[in-house]
Design a protein around this ligand. Sequence first.
Ligand code: ZN
Length: 152
Amino acid sequence: MALIKCKDCKKEFSTDARRCPNCGAYKPTSKVVKIFWYFWLISFIGFVAWVELRDVSPEEKAAQELEKTLHDAGYACKSYMKDSLNDPGSAEFDTPVVTPATNNAGGSGVSFNVRMSLRAKNAFGALVGGITLCTVEKTGDNYRVIWADIAN
Ligand SMILES: [Zn+2]
């Protein structure tokens, strides 16, 4: 059992005790503990700074935006088609293939062509399939189906 000298009353007491049994002064924090805390604090500040300063590259951002646009254009076509079906609950679409449209059809936004296969029940309850085609116009965050057709 090692002894340390109290910083206040100068009497010796065990290093196992947290406080001096004579005057109640706290034992001085050991250097190792201090270094540990400084290290932890600096690491934490460094981590916060890294999170703050870390920025998504413009290419990464553009790719994410395009992916979202293609997904949303496909979704717009899906919901438009569902609304036109006799039995929307029976509709099954495969993954839409979305491509930027060269023909803008006179609109104010950017257009996309959406193509996906569809199976749904018709008015007689029979399951029929076809290829769904849409032209979706994107204006800001709004997607509007400006043309749609089902090819057999
Ligand atoms: Zn003391």
